[in-house]
Design a protein around this ligand. Structure first.
Ligand code: HPA
Length: 276
């Protein structure tokens, strides 16, 4: 369950460590994508271990740093790596980036993640715009006592991934010549990858890609009325779709190979976001 008192206290403590600028947008970077922000003019870099409430990201490929930077005239809070439900540290560190972002004034959140491709056309290296999600984590961060600070008791989820942000991503993809199929993201709790039978069931349910993250943060951002976009980098074919066994090494290799493409997409996205 969320420890709301601790969460809000940690957010306030962290705010004191940050420059007093209004953040326009936050970017949460998934596995292996931390390095896409190389060469940005940074205001401040904080290690997660020094941020109360975040703690060390223990997953290879997650740098574990909060970077405040200027990106095409926007002030962006960049979370290089996320915490996961399977780490067993509870919801606080997972949703902390969203609550901090909201407190710093961010109206928009963009998330990236690594995912296994279920739909035929979603080959490794493809970026997929998330249109909607299926929560198969057997858990929801809003379970437990209702905290009005986190929105209503029963948040509507008709449009978790904001249409106008998805349109900006479409536009950014077109300008950069990057094909961006849309799809439905399904998350399990992990840390095991799926069995081939699970993948078949998920396909029948309407899932196009599968991962172990993103949905909790999306639930909170939606509940807080924030604009939200999310991109899955398809790093591998999901279990049983190809003969290959799955490994985190392969996930990191694919994200490494797509980082130039991700950087140009994000460049264009923030350019367009600044004009809206
Ligand atoms: N399944 C779950 N999570 C993942 C996968 C996958 O195939 N690839 C990258 N993250």
């Amino acid at each position: 369950m969320i420890d709301i008192k601790k969460l809000l206290h940690d957010v306030e403590k962290t705010k004191e460590m940050l420059p007093t600028i209004n953040i326009d947008c936050s970017l949460v970077l998934g596995s292996g994508m931390s390095s896409v922000i190389a060469n940005l003019p940074t205001e401040l870099i904080l290690d997660y271990k020094d941020i109360p409430g975040l703690g060390s990201a223990n997953v290879a490929g997650h740098a574990g740093r909060l970077v405040i930077a200027k990106w095409n005239s926007l002030n962006i809070a960049i979370f290089q790596g996320r915490r996961h439900w399977y780490e067993g540290a509870g919801w606080n560190p997972i949703i902390f980036p969203i609550i901090l972002s909201k407190t710093l004034g961010a109206k928009t959140i963009l998330q990236t993640n690594a995912a296994g491709g279920i739909r035929q056309d979603l080959m490794p290296g493809t970026f997929m715009i998330i249109d909607d999600h299926i929560n198969m984590m057997s858990a929801n961060p809003l379970q437990g006592p209702h905290h009005p600070e986190l929105g209503s008791r029963f948040p509507d989820q008709t449009e978790v991934y904001t249409k106008s942000i998805r349109n900006i991503l479409d536009q950014a993809g077109k300008t950069c010549g990057i094909e961006l199929p849309h799809g439905i993201y399904l998350a399990t709790s992990g840390p095991t990858y799926e069995t081939p039978t699970e993948v078949k069931v998920f396909r029948a349910m309407g899932a196009d890609a599968v991962g172990m993250s993103t949905i909790p943060e999306s639930i909170i951002a939606n509940s807080l009325d924030m604009q939200l976009g999310a991109i899955s980098c398809i790093t591998n074919s999901a279990a049983g779709i190809s003969e290959e066994k799955l490994s985190h090494k392969e996930v990191l290799e694919t994200t490494e190979n797509t980082k130039v493409k991700m950087k140009s997409l994000l460049d264009e996205f923030f350019k367009l976001l600044a004009t809206t």
